[in-house]
Design a protein around this ligand. Structure first.
Ligand code: MTE
Length: 299
């Protein structure tokens, strides 16, 4: 990977000091539970993470309003337990699963990922989650399947944004099967050593670090294996602006703004913008998925 910063604090501090710093940070973020440190992932970026405060108060989640602070203000009443996920389509083990049963046995890791929003801002987020590939293997994907489709909960009583037709509800996203099976593709259930806050997509959301953030569908209640490219919310809304692939690409501008650079949330007034990297810096892992494809046409 071609990340710009070379060292993370864990590389220059002994493990015990690292844990202490982690604990201090967690305390600063008002953590209440101490949990064992998770395995560090080789896929984590070296960039310093954004704060818990930044990650949980600057969100896009239109079910709770269109303002960046609306989700943290309005998502508190969403009931995320019990939680059912319907699995259907071209899969050996379809069903209506309790979330705990669905994900039991899948190894949870911490993955510190770059997160690049299509609106040209970015963050570094320490997610906890498991590889989507592990879940798909457990469910038994049938050979005819070519795509995975995801749906968010539809519950206007607890998601006030759904009482308005800002988007076509429920929020929908999808991946090509090989994208879904890539080891970078994560199902997140936590961040910063804590369960996922509602505003970030509790209890389970998708994280695809080489794609724009809107692919990261939150509060997932349905996973469908299909042989057809699934309709996706932002593409249905404005197909000339948001494609199915949504790969981070500094060379392909959004029709209304440049994607060549980004503003790192929390970097400070004088930090300036930084260059956006092809595939958000994950090209070594994912460029081969798109070999021979015209990325201008398949944006
Ligand atoms: N999922 C649902 N259900 N509804 C949304 O409005 N917004 C998307 C994505 N997932 C969205 C969603 C967009 S545009 C972004 S940038 C990310 O969530 C933001 O994730 P974060 O708030 O955890 O940073």
């Amino acid at each position: 990977m071609t990340f710009k910063t070379t060292l993370r604090w864990s590389d220059v501090t002994p493990h015990s000091a690292y844990l202490n710093r982690r604990q201090i940070m967690a305390a600063a973020a008002a953590a209440v539970v101490a949990r064992p440190a998770l395995a560090k992932s080789k896929y984590s970026t070296d960039d310093a993470p954004n704060t818990y405060e930044q990650i949980t108060t600057y969100n896009n989640y239109y079910e709770f309003g269109v303002g960046k602070e609306d989700p943290s203000a309005n998502a508190g009443d969403l009931k995320t337990s019990p939680w059912k996920v319907k699995v259907d389509g071209m899969v050996d083990k379809p069903g209506d699963y309790d979330l705990g049963d669905l994900i039991s046995g899948l190894p949870i890791e911490e993955r510190i990922y770059r997160f690049r929003c299509v609106e040209a801002w970015s963050m570094i987020i320490p997610w906890q989650g498991f590889q989507l590939s592990g879940l798909l293997d457990k469910l038994g994907v049938q050979p005819s399947a070519k795509y995975v489709a995801f749906e968010t909960l539809l519950r206007p009583s607890e998601m006030p944004g759904q009482k308005q037709s800002i988007l076509e509800w429920p929020y929908r996203e999808g991946l090509r099967l090989d994208e879904a099976m890539n080891p970078l593709t994560l199902m997140a259930t936590g961040l910063y050593d804590k369960p996922l806050p509602n505003q970030n997509g509790a209890p389970i959301r998708l994280v695809v670090p080489w794609k724009y953030g809107f692919k990261g569908v939150k509060a997932i209640v349905r996973i469908t294996l299909t042989d057809k490219m699934p309709p996706t919310t932002w593409n249905m809304m404005a197909s000339n602006e948001y494609g199915f692939y949504a790969n981070v690409n500094p060379d392909v501008d959004h029709p209304r703004w440049s994607q060549a650079s980004e503003r790192r949330i929390g970097a400070g007034l004088f930090a300036g913008r930084q260059d956006t990297l092809m595939f958000n810096g994950y090209g070594d892992e994912v460029a081969s998925l798109y070999a021979g494809m015209d990325l201008r046409a398949n944006f």
